[in-house]
Design a protein. Structure first.
Length: 467
């Protein structure tokens, strides 16, 4: 059976919907924050520095707890751990909705990040458990990638509507009924998985959480103090030391958080690296093009969100069609073409100027970026979980999500640092336009490296098949 005529079995459809809606919920939530920051600052009285913690603290707990959360699903049961993540995320969202002060909101965002760190790997782990390798899993992964890619754009639109016309608090409140419904559906339709023998690698948990956390703090600080700052460099060095310690620990424990055998496959290892670079470039695209639409073209939050609709539509269409292309041409060739489309769009966007108009200079390259996003995430995910044994499903999901999250944070940090070199003595829209121009140059560079890795993956896979 080929992917072109395969369909999801009826008995697996409720589980797939649980996976897709859960993943979409955390992606939409993060995108909503982008468009609601100004309103949150005005209503609660955040300082500029304090406002950055709304995103930073979430990224810190989300990224820091991904690996231990992923392994917990393998050891204590995927459904039980998944439900716990949904409960934490929903309660934290409720606290954010009614937050009376900046401190309450920031603490609740930290807890929400923990919930997301449990949900994200649980979705992909459950997908691997529900769908065996083959055409059906390829189709399910394409839906999974579509949910993630499209939700990022949809979140900007929804966030713009809430922030511009209603209230930013609604963007967080909607997570509560959705989360509770998902918990019920998970208990009703998902099968309880068998627990694996072993225990949590606490030393690995501490060193990995510390390494990721310190790296994220260093990235956040670099945005204001620069990469030459002594504290930034000290944080980066400490992160590297803990990372090395983590790798050493993983070679010596019986149940590692991140089994190093996952990297024995060049296809999987390349997919992790290519994904991190790809996500870093594309998250920078959302961040800086949103700034350009509002700061240079003068669009309000809701109009700026709507400006992403063409990209969102083709993103969804590409994601829905990509499984058929993979079935016909293979994972590698499809990945090469779609990443190239995204690269062309990024390079085109790097040519923006204060005189650029939406339809003349942004719409078409944004559509190309949308094709790249919708067509690349599914084959990247396929490559990242190829050949993973069932007992490592949770750990592999954790590595995929760490690559995704760290790619986003590190990518935006690097691109922002490069964009800070913008020099324009007139300031205002001209300076912002120059920053976006440089940012898209940096994002294009990341896409080039990602494409080179993809070419390596495709070449190695073709050689292994030929042999």
């Amino acid at each position: 059976m080929s992917v072109t005529d395969v369909s999801i079995p009826r008995e697996s459809r409720p589980v797939l919907w649980i996976i897709l809606v859960s993943f979409a919920m955390i992606v939409v939530d993060n995108s909503i924050v982008f468009t609601g920051l100004n309103k949150i600052q005005q209503e609660l009285g955040f300082t500029d520095e304090g406002l950055s913690w709304i995103s930073s603290i979430y990224a810190l707990t989300f990224g820091g707890f991904l690996l231990i959360s992923a392994r917990a699903g393998d050891l204590f049961g995927r459904r039980r751990v998944f439900s716990l993540g949904l409960l934490i995320f929903s309660l934290a969202s409720l606290a954010i909705c009614f937050a009376p002060t900046p401190a309450v909101l920031v603490v609740a965002r930290a807890v929400q990040g923990l919930g997301a760190a449990i949900i994200a790997p649980s979705t992909l782990s459950l997908l691997q458990a529900e769908f065996a390798p083959g055409p059906v899993r390829t189709r399910a992964v394409s839906y999974y990638a579509a949910a993630g890619g499209v939700s990022a754009s949809v979140g900007l639109v929804i966030g713009g509507i809430f922030a511009g016309w209603l209230t930013w608090r609604l963007g967080f409140f909607i997570n509560v009924p959705i989360g509770l419904a998902l918990m019920w559906a998970l208990k009703r339709y998902a099968h309880a998985s068998n627990r694996q023998e072993g225990r949590i690698d606490y030393v690995g948990a501490v060193t990995s959480t510390g390494a990721i956390g310190l790296l994220l703090v260093a990235i956040d600080r670099s945005g204001t103090a620069g990469w030459q700052d002594s504290i930034t460099l000290s944080l980066l060095l400490a992160s590297i030391v803990l990372l090395v310690a983590f790798v050493v620990v993983q070679t010596r424990v019986s149940t590692p958080l991140m089994p190093l055998r996952l990297f024995a496959s060049s296809e999987r290892a390349g997919a992790y690296a290519a994904r991190a670079l790809f996500i870093g470039a594309n998250m920078s695209f959302y961040f800086f093009i949103s700034e350009f639409l509002q700061g240079v073209l003068g669009l309000n939050a809701s109009a700026a969100g709507a400006a992403f609709l063409p990209s969102t539509i083709v993103n969804f269409a590409a994601a829905m069609f990509v499984s058929r292309l993979i079935g016909r041409f293979g994972n590698g060739p499809v990945l090469l073409v779609t990443v190239t489309c995204g690269l062309v769009g990024m390079v085109w966007l790097s040519m923006v100027s204060p005189a650029s108009g939406y339809w003349s200079a942004l719409a078409i390259p944004m559509i190309l970026v949308g094709i790249g996003q919708g067509g690349s995430l599914a084959p990247l995910t396929n490559a990242a979980i190829a050949g993973v044994e069932k007992q490592d499903a949770g750990a592999a999901s954790g590595v995929v999500n760490v690559a995704h999250q760290m790619g986003a944070s590190l990518g935006i940090g690097i691109v922002t640092a490069y964009a800070a070199n913008a020099v324009n003595f007139t300031g205002g829209a001209e300076l912002l336009s120059e920053r976006v121009h440089l940012a898209m140059q940096a994002a294009s560079g990341m896409m080039v490296i990602s494409l080179l890795i993809v070419m390596f993956i495709a070449f190695r896979r073709r050689v292994s098949v030929a042999v």
